[in-house]
Design a protein. Structure first.
Length: 175
């Protein structure tokens, strides 16, 4: 009795927040997930439709949020690959913290002479070398400013592939 009351209160609060925020169908889906089958009849979504909607929403949000994080040819391959992935793989890929190329450019300009941009992209050895040489007396720092965007996109693709491999290792084997 207490849990159904709590679920009802949560559902009412979410409905109010959705009404004030003028949100889209994702609010209805969240309500359906919290309130259970009773709310599914209200929204008209079955459990299978809700899962399919979640999957499509996850793919679309990944595509919108990470469009500038990858090179265009890599992003085209990712766009074709995402619908074929399992739910676990999608969640793993979406949970990765990709580096923003614009932010990395700012880091490279401001503190790139100290090698911070190299450290953030996983090039620890080159970061230490850049720190010791003060950005190659400014020359290496200047070159890195122009190559930071492409190196960041390569790093993001590497992180994407690692997340995909880790998710595939987590999947149970069907032998």
């Amino acid at each position: 009795m207490k849990t159904s009351f709590k679920l009802g209160v949560v559902a009412v609060l979410m409905a109010l927040s959705c009404a004030f925020a003028k949100a889209d169908e994702s609010c209805e889906l969240s309500l359906a997930r919290i309130a259970g089958p009773e709310m599914n009849t209200v929204t008209g979504l079955t459990a299978r439709q809700a899962l399919a909607y979640d999957r499509d929403y996850l793919i679309r949000s990944f595509m919108l949020n990470n469009a500038k994080m990858f090179a265009s040819f890599d992003f085209a391959q990712i766009n074709e690959l995402l619908p074929t992935l399992s739910d676990i793989e999608l969640q793993m890929i979406s949970s990765v913290d990709y580096r923003d190329p614009t932010m990395m450019l700012l880091v490279s300009i401001l503190v790139g002479g100290l090698g911070v941009d190299r450290f953030l992209l996983g090039d620890t050895g080159l970061g230490v070398l850049k720190l010791i040489t003060a950005g190659g007396l400014g020359i290496w720092w200047l070159i890195d400013i122009f190559s930071t965007e492409s190196r960041t996109k390569e790093y993001n693709m590497k992180m994407f592939n690692e997340a995909l491999q880790n998710a595939q290792l987590m999947l149970p084997r069907m032998d």
